[in-house]
Design a protein around this ligand. Structure first.
Ligand SMILES: Nc1ncnc2c1ncn2[C@@H]1O[C@H](COP(=O)(O)OP(=O)(O)OP(=O)(O)O)[C@@H](O)[C@H]1O
Ligand SMILES: [Mg+2]
Length: 586
């Protein structure tokens, strides 16, 4: 072996010889002293060589610190199994290189090393075959390239390890982030739940406040009105007792006016709760507004100019004319109050689109008509605006506003199948729109002229009065008898049934709707079973929920609402009896 050759492979081998791992070479050469002399040679070159007895010994010592195996072909001959098993057991990155010293007889072949490879067990792939005899230089250089290849494997192992660590770090980071996010989410949920609870509390508190305001407001107003009625009645009684009948009319009028105000109040309350008995009919809004013109002008006074901006291409609408007038007057008065120094009030009508909640497709197709009352007054800030539809919300001084105007307008519009909308800004005026459903009717039904009630006397027709409230029942009986009718009374539906099924002469039944047990509507049905043509007049304090007027009333049935005046009852009874006249009595 010549020095320069040795030097050249030495330089190439420096890296793996100084490497920490993989400098160990397991040597297995069973015959003679081959193993010891190879080991000595390798040791001299700076490698760590370990002599193994056989392949089992090699297998048992094969670990990550081993850089290469140096085997003779004879060592493989008896049974390669222990070695192949050990090779199989290596980590995926590891394939320890083997330097195989071929048996000398192989040199006879023309491609001796190839012949050796063909004889090797299949598992042995990473093999450098060296022919024998061979010089020290070839041997050392073979071992050196095996160790170099092994270093590459260590590098790969390092890379894999690094990747694993990076993946782990990433995994940990992801986990940490996920945990953070989960925590944040949890916090958010808790906060949301807390907020919802707080909002619930607030809502509840606001509701209670509204209820308190409502009951307080009603009680206050009612007390005033009752004082008016009771005080007047008291004075009347004293005057009668002392025979001073001269200006008793004044007190009767005062009592009536107070009672009328109470009736208006309940009307507004029912309107707000959307339970007033509405009498929706096709009507022309423009006609209605023009007819209100004088009243509006009188309400707004001279400082405010009135402008009517009425669209002439409007369909008829379906609404209760009285309540619509009521709503418009309420809005006009609000507008006047908002313009203490004068201004302009505009009442306009427009065909509007939009599907009001709860209406069928038909109504949506027919559309809505908007009646808008606009003023140039003080306007409202957002806080006020948010509350104006609440009952008893008012910014007016005590005694000047009940706070029921807008809530009535809102309830009326909604109950009529439309909606109410309000726009306002401080200093920029206010505009309130009532949207009401258009009618498919072509023209307005003309109601039979009522005229003023001529003095009228019945001819002993028999009227069944079903009413659970004794005072009302008595009142009805007295007025009917005064008008020349005969009356039969029942305090509820149950006791009315035998009268209906008897042979007794009956020309009319008047029944309260809100009766205990069998209600007025059910009683009407029963009555019809016995007396198919009996006219029936129902009296109600408020509209039955979900019962539209048309669906609620059958043929020859009519409805009046409490509180009623005696003139109204008289006129209605007369009208119904006149209709029933042509029919044979049951
Ligand atoms: N056109 C308007 N301009 C400015 N503020 C208004 C207008 N209309 C209503 N408001 C405000 O809304 C509140 C409630 O109005 P709403 O008509 O319900 O009750 P009210 O007018 O105070 O009393 P009521 O109508 O029962 O006599 C008013 O007190 C007022 O603050
Ligand atoms: Mg008002």
């Amino acid at each position: 072996m010549s020095a320069p050759t040795v030097l050249s492979w030495k330089t190439a081998a420096v890296a793996h010889r100084t490497a920490k791992l993989g400098r160990k070479v397991l040597v297995c050469a069973p015959f003679g002293r081959d193993a010891e002399s190879v080991a000595a040679l390798l040791a001299k070159e700076g490698y760590e060589a370990a002599v193994c007895r056989d392949l089992t010994d090699v297998a048992s010592r094969l670990d990550d610190a081993v850089g290469a195996l140096l085997l003779t072909e004879e060592a493989l001959a008896p049974d390669p199994a222990p070695l192949t098993a050990a090779l199989d057991a290596q980590e995926p990155w590891s394939d320890v290189p083997i330097v195989l010293l071929a048996t000398p007889r192989a040199t006879a072949a023309s491609w001796p090393t190839e012949a050796v490879r063909l004889r090797l067990p299949e598992r042995l792939t990473n093999v450098i075959v060296l022919e024998r005899p061979l010089g020290a230089v070839s041997l050392v250089s073979g071992v050196a390239s095996a160790l170099k290849a092994r270093q590459k494997q260590f590098e790969i192992r390092e890379l894999i390890e690094e990747q694993r660590r990076a993946a782990q770090a990433l995994d940990a980071q992801v986990k940490e982030r996920t945990a953070d996010l989960e925590q944040a989410l949890h916090r958010l949920r808790t906060e949301m739940a807390e907020r919802a609870r707080a909002e619930d509390h607030l809502r509840q508190a606001q509701k209670m406040e509204a209820v308190g305001q409502l009951t307080g407001g009603i009680a206050h107003d009612f007390n005033n009105m009752l004082t008016g009625v009771m005080g007047s009645l008291d004075i009347i009684r004293r005057r009668i007792a002392s025979g001073r009948l001269d200006d008793i009319d004044r007190f009767m009028e005062a009592a009536t006016a107070s009672a009328q105000r109470a009736a208006n109040l309940t009307q507004r309350l029912l309107a707000f709760s959307r339970r007033q008995a509405l009498d929706p009919k096709p009507l022309d809004v423009n006609v209605l507004i023009r007819s209100l013109g004088d009243l509006i002008k009188r309400s707004i006074g001279e400082n405010v100019a009135l402008a009517l901006d009425l669209s002439d291409r409007l369909p008829l609408i379906v609404a209760d004319a009285n309540q619509l007038e009521n709503a418009i007057i309420n809005l006009v008065i609000n507008a006047r109050d908002a313009m203490p120094d004068g201004g302009e009030l505009t009442v306009s009508t427009r065909a509007a689109d939009g599907d009001p909640a709860g209406r069928g497709a038909g109504a949506a197709a027919r559309g809505l008509v908007a009646i808008t009352i606009t003023d140039t007054g003080v306007g409202m800030d957002e806080t006020t605006l948010a509350q104006v539809f609440e009952p008893f919300f008012t910014t007016k001084p005590i005694g000047q506003g009940t706070g029921l105007g807008l809530s009535m307008v809102y309830g009326f519009a909604t109950q009529s199948g439309g909606k109410a909308e309000i726009r306002s800004a401080p200093g920029r005026g206010t505009s309130v729109a009532i949207h009401l459903p258009a009618s498919d009717a072509e023209k307005v039904e003309t109601a039979p002229a009522n005229g003023e009630t001529p003095s009228f006397h019945g001819a002993g027709e028999s009227v069944l009065v079903v009413e659970d409230e004794p005072a009302v029942r008595q009142l009805l009986r007295e007025v009917l008898e005064e008008l020349g009718y005969e009356t039969v009374e029942a305090s509820d539906g149950q006791s009315a049934l035998p009268i209906l099924s008897s042979n007794r002469k009956l020309n009319l039944m008047i029944s309260d709707v809100g009766l205990p047990g069998i209600n007025g509507r059910q009683l009407a049905e029963e009555a019809r079973r016995h007396r198919p043509d009996l006219p029936i007049l129902l009296v109600t304090g408020y509209a039955e929920p979900a019962a539209g007027r048309t669906g609620f009333l059958g043929a020859s049935m009519s409805l009046i609402t409490k509180p009623f005046t005696l003139e109204i009852v008289a006129a209605k009874v007369r009208e119904m009896l006149a209709h029933g006249k042509d029919r044979p009595l049951a």
